[in-house]
Design a protein around this ligand. Structure first.
Ligand code: PHE
Length: 465
């Protein structure tokens, strides 16, 4: 384990864990899927999933990671006394899903880089109307080769940082940049209240209307609660493995979750204020933030300067998340095959780049190519959506289910107890109860309910879709 470092400070770990959690999931994905799935009811399910399932699984991962000091696969192997049995499966699933997410996450990050370039060259000042912003976005999406260049750039930077290891790469980057992003978001959030659509945005987000929520929306809300916290794929096991023993797990976890959720909700309020002020389409899909934010920048005083700060920092937020996703796969290769960190990062970077090509071409060259998965998801999907849905809505819930069951039912209670400082031990009982019963049952129900081919099952018991 020669390559294993430790977080220098307590703050360093919190920053790195929230650096992983806070990313495109909050600012790009949360508003877009909330729009697609009709607002309030979706948001409510999302928040319930975060609180009831997300936090316990985050804790479960920290426990597994810190008690073993291993990356996911090796961690489960160690807990199982070196046996290679079924419990390596959640570890392997994490490695696979990390790899898939990395591939398309980098493509979206590439879009952000494009908008960063636009911001820096002064594109987002006054004078842009909705039509010109639309055509700007259309030009980007239709240009597959350019997206590949941006994707290569993002993957290249991510790979470079992961090559240089835990402390130097991850900690330094997160420490400085995340607080600044938070402040800029706070400004934009505040400003969005001056827009005429702010009231409508608040009621769209916070008054639940269950008529608008489909089964697919329910599973998407749950899948996203895992995605946004970076859980159920081993990231937090890996990060926990670098965590010193004297840190307070509960406090740390709650802080990370709170920050992550606040940022998502702030982004939501901001985006939907724009949507309703300018009559845009709430269900605009994966490009929602790119079609709305420039309108805000064109309105607000100093918009062109703020747009620069915003997109640069969003790029960094994407980077700190991208790094954490890559780290899962890299740590696996290091721990299992004894690879050099540099070799592992380089190989993963190239391979994920190649897989990501399918996503970069999803809205242009491959635009007509739909994968026939309607029987699972209710509709056929382009590669980009396919990877996202398989990763977020299938792999992450299953991974979360297994981790929950493992820590709730199988993990030695003494190991679990030892991970909590005395002041936080009160949490052990309720945590084990949730991990044993509530989380697995809730995940299983949502999972079955949300998949298209199980509809007849639910109709048979009188729950219509
Ligand atoms: N949580 C990160 C975000 O919200 C993305 C991510 C997903 C990171 C899955 C790791 C695992 O952007």
């Amino acid at each position: 384990m020669g390559n294993r470092g430790h977080w220098g400070t307590r703050l360093g770990f919190i920053m790195a864990a929230s650096g992983s959690a806070i990313g495109l999931g909050n600012v790009w994905k949360f508003p877009y899927i909330t729009g697609v799935h009709g607002g309030g009811a979706f948001v409510l399910i999302y928040i319930i999933c975060i609180a009831l399932i997300g936090i316990p699984i985050l804790l479960a991962e920290f426990i597994v990671g810190r008690s073993t000091e291993r990356s996911p696969v090796a961690a489960f192997e160690k807990l199982e006394g070196g046996k290679k049995n079924f419990w390596l499966v959640p570890g392997y699933m994490g490695v696979i899903v990390a790899f898939i997410i990395l591939s398309y996450y980098s493509v979206v990050a590439g879009w952000v880089l494009d908008y960063t370039g636009k911001a820096v060259s002064g594109t987002f000042g006054q004078g842009h109307d909705v039509a010109s912003i639309k055509s700007m976005l259309g030009n980007l999406l239709s240009n597959g080769h350019w997206q590949v260049v941006l994707h290569a750039l993002f993957m290249g930077i991510t790979t470079f940082i992961v090559m240089f290891g835990v402390k130097k790469g991850l900690e330094k980057a997160s420490d400085i940049l995340m607080p600044v992003l938070f402040v800029i978001l706070l400004c934009l959030f505040g400003y969005s209240f001056t827009l005429s659509g702010a009231g409508e945005a608040l009621s769209f987000l916070f008054s639940p209307n269950f008529d608008k929520l489909t089964p697919a929306g329910v599973i998407e809300a749950m899948g996203h609660s895992f995605f946004t916290l970076s859980v159920a794929m081993g990231i937090m096991i890996t990060y926990g493995s670098y965590l010193n023993r004297d840190q307070h797990l509960v406090r740390t976890s709650l802080l990370v979750v709170l920050l992550d959720t606040m940022i998502a909700l702030m982004a939501g309020v901001m985006i939907f204020s724009i949507v309703f002020s300018f009559g845009l389409d709430a269900g605009g899909g994966p490009t929602l933030i790119f079609s709305t934010l420039p309108t805000l920048f064109a309105q607000m005083p100093g918009g062109s300067v703020i747009s620069i700060g915003f997109f640069i920092l969003l790029s960094f937020a994407a980077l700190t998340s991208g790094i954490s996703i890559m780290e899962v796969v890299v740590a696996y290769l290091i721990d299992t095959f004894d690879w050099e960190r540099k070799k592992a990062a380089f190989t993963v970077g190239i391979a994920a780049f190649v897989l990501g090509l399918l996503s970069a071409y999803s809205y242009n060259a491959l635009g007509d190519f739909k994968i026939p998965v309607a029987f699972i998801f209710g509709e056929d999907l382009v590669f980009f959506d396919f990877f996202d849905k398989v990763a977020s809505n299938i792999f992450l819930p299953l991974g979360g289910l297994l981790i929950s069951i493992y820590v709730g039912w199988k993990l030695d209670r003494k190991i679990l107890d030892d991970e909590f400082i005395p002041a936080e031990k009160v949490i052990v009982q309720p945590l084990v109860f949730i991990l044993k019963y509530i989380a697995p049952v809730a995940i299983a129900i949502v999972f079955l309910y949300g998949l298209h081919f199980t509809n007849p099952l639910f109709e048979a018991i009188g729950i219509s879709h």
